[in-house]
Ligand binder design. Structure first.
Ligand SMILES: [Zn+2]
Length: 95
């Protein structure tokens, strides 16, 4: 997996959620972009989203609903239970 932006940090894991793409129950890895410029050649400026979830089974990358991302990013307590298959949106597949 290539992470092209400098300011990307791993942000933790979600609770077990069902991946909308492969249908498996997985703990998705969360990535947070802190420079707002782009990651994986996707412009974040236009999307205005900075939290991503990645399925370890099918390598699909999802954006996390912005309002959820903002709340989850506020503190270090475990807010990731708010993230589920209803508020993530498929963005692209990682090679
Ligand atoms: Zn998947």
């Amino acid at each position: 997996m290539h992470i092209s932006a400098d300011k990307i940090q791993e942000f933790g894991l979600t609770e077990s959620i069902k991946c909308p793409r492969c249908g498996k129950d997985v703990y998705m890895k969360l990535l947070k972009a802190t420079n707002g410029l782009g990651v994986f050649n996707v412009s974040l400026v236009n999307l205005n989203i900075d939290l991503f979830a990645i399925c370890p089974e099918c390598n699909s990358m999802f954006t996390v609903d912005d309002s959820i991302a903002k709340r989850a990013g506020k503190n270090n307590s475990n807010q990731f239970t708010m993230i589920n298959d209803k508020n993530i949106k498929f963005l692209r597949e990682l090679k």
